[in-house]
Design a protein around this ligand. Structure first.
Ligand code: PAF
Length: 271
């Protein structure tokens, strides 16, 4: 991968990277399309990164669709698919980890100990392997976006981080590879996340600024769905993930599946 990237740079071509864990959907493809528009060459990495999954999380069950991913990426005209093995990424003896303080400490970081250390480490390695000029991340993982921006700035990596909007189903559910786990009744229940965000946007639009009351609106909307169990609901600053702020973030269990979603309350709600 590094040799290919060096060759492209030697020819004066710019490189866009779309890091993924496969099981691609229209959300990923929106990142690929934007990367295509903004770069001479596009690399999509496909790597289910074991070190960002905690004990008891869904590493073994994580959806995998290698053939479908390949045909979607071919059809989208990407220039390279970087698909390292676990041994390529973490050979015996590898013992370096990238730790981002502050922004990783609450919410997803607290719920999933070690998760952001795993993400920060793999993303740093992907930036190094691909020499990317730009890298594309989905707003759906809002805290991951904040972590990656922090690390790219702090480590002077020289990669520009571009963030693409959440892609939603017609009823508002944010696209996620983990939606594949939902049974039909859970799938119907999962719309409570986007509904809760919509209600918070409406309240913000009416002038509500009290973080406690905005949070209460999110909590009440999730509580109204019998199949949903709230993990967290907060309104935070999008860069630091501390309060106060205007980014409403949610993590909710629908049966055994943990879903996240978010929306900046200053922006109109899509749909
Ligand atoms: O968002 C993801 O799919 C993963 O966290 C990423 C950025 C590909 C790192 O493994």
């Amino acid at each position: 991968m590094r040799d290919v990237a060096r060759g492209w740079h030697a020819d004066g071509a710019s490189i866009g990277l779309v890091p993924t864990m496969g099981a691609l959907h229209a959300g990923h493809m929106s990142l690929v399309e934007r990367a295509r528009r903004e770069n001479d060459r596009v690399v999509v990495s496909v790597f289910v990164n074991p070190i960002q999954f905690g004990a008891g999380e869904d590493l073994g069950a994580y959806p995998r669709s290698p053939e479908r991913d390949l045909s979607m990426l071919r059809a989208a005209g990407v220039d390279a698919i970087y698909k390292p093995s676990v041994a390529d990424m973490y050979p015996a003896g590898a013992s370096t980890r990238v730790i981002v303080h502050g922004v990783t400490e609450r919410l997803e970081g607290a719920a999933r100990p070690g998760h952001f250390e795993g993400v920060a480490t793999v993303v740093t390695k992907l930036f190094a392997a691909t020499s990317a000029d730009r890298a594309y991340f989905g707003q759906k993982d809002a805290q991951q976006v904040a972590v990656v921006m922090r690390l790219a700035a702090d480590l002077d990596i020289g990669v520009e981080i571009r963030v693409c909007p959440i892609v939603r189903e017609a009823d508002g559910l944010a696209l996620s590879s983990r939606n594949a786990y939902l049974s039909p009744s859970e799938r119907r229940a999962a719309v409570c996340l986007s509904r809760a965000l919509g209600l918070a946007v409406e309240a913000y639009g009416r002038g509500e600024r009290d973080p406690g009351r905005l949070r209460a609106i999110l909590v009440e909307a999730i509580g109204a769905e019998p199949l949903a169990k709230l993990d967290y609901a907060e309104v935070v600053d999008p860069a630091t993930f501390s309060t106060p702020g205007s980014l409403a973030v949610l993590a909710v269990r629908i049966g055994p599946t943990r879903l996240i979603d978010n929306h900046d309350l200053k922006l109109p709600y899509p749909g």
